[in-house]
Design a protein around this ligand. Structure first.
Ligand SMILES: *Cc1c(COP(=O)(O)O)cnc(C)c1O
Length: 230
């Protein structure tokens, strides 16, 4: 069996066990395979093993893979930082974007989304652990930005995403993910009708699932260690 397939099976097992520990339905959590820095061939192998959703951080690299794999029915998620001059590529090529944290970027994505494609599916990135240089809207501004995104015609607000600092243990990972859950539930209480809580990576997917994540983003545990990018 190919290594990617074996790795995917281990992740599906970890997800199922985490759901069981949390008393959740295993069908309620989806896997986003983060293929950044890995070749299109690895994506094709993961798809052959049953994986459909893929995440990319670097927009140009992601677009190249999307274009190389148009023969496969894949769903592509942009999960990396977006500069204004890259919004058109995201709007034209991706199905989802998880990293919207400013109105200006949201407006450009909506304006540039081609009419021939359905709305771009959006998660708002929320910064739940404070660091001033970190991306993401502060939790206290999440509702205001959510209203603005929800009013844009070519975007569909689906949920929130966060990337907390790596946590030293399960309890601290759980505590920080629960802050994202609180933001998500506050938005739900305001009637935004969200269905996506994008939390958890290779190292902390169990804590994220315990906190209520329904989309875990896993890269290295599927594709292997990444060579750091310059
Ligand atoms: C790279 C990345 C991941 C996957 O991280 P791993 O630790 O390799 O699982 C998930 N989410 C985002 C936003 C990332 O940039």
């Amino acid at each position: 069996m190919l290594e990617i397939e074996t790795n995917l099976q281990s992740i599906w097992l970890r997800m199922a066990q985490a759901c069981e520990a949390a008393g959740r339905d295993p069908a309620s959590v989806r896997l986003l395979a983060v293929s950044k820095t890995f070749a299109a061939q690895g994506v094709a192998q993961a798809h052959a093993a049953g994986q459909c959703d893929f995440g990319e951080n670097y927009i140009q690299e992601g677009v190249e893979k999307i274009q190389a794999l148009t023969h496969l029915p894949l769903v592509w998620h942009c999960i990396g930082p977006i500069q204004s001059n890259k919004t058109r590529l995201v709007a034209e090529h991706f199905d989802w974007v998880h990293s919207v944290d400013r109105l200006k970027i949201a407006q450009r994505l909506s304006e540039q989304r081609p009419a021939a494609r359905g709305p771009l599916q959006v998660c708002m990135q929320v910064n739940v652990d404070g660091g001033p240089t970190k991306a993401g809207v502060p939790p206290e501004q999440a509702a205001a930005l959510a209203s603005q995104i929800a009013s844009l015609p070519r975007l569909r607000l689906r949920g929130i995403m966060s990337i907390p600092e790596p946590a030293p243990d399960f309890a601290s990972a759980l505590a920080v993910h629960q802050r994202s859950l609180a933001v998500y539930e506050a938005l739900q209480a305001e009637g935004f009708g969200l269905d996506t809580l994008s939390l958890g990576m290779s190292a902390d997917l169990e804590a994220a699932i315990q906190a209520g994540s329904n989309l875990v983003r896993v890269g290295s545990a599927i594709f292997g260690a990444r060579t750091p990018q310059a």
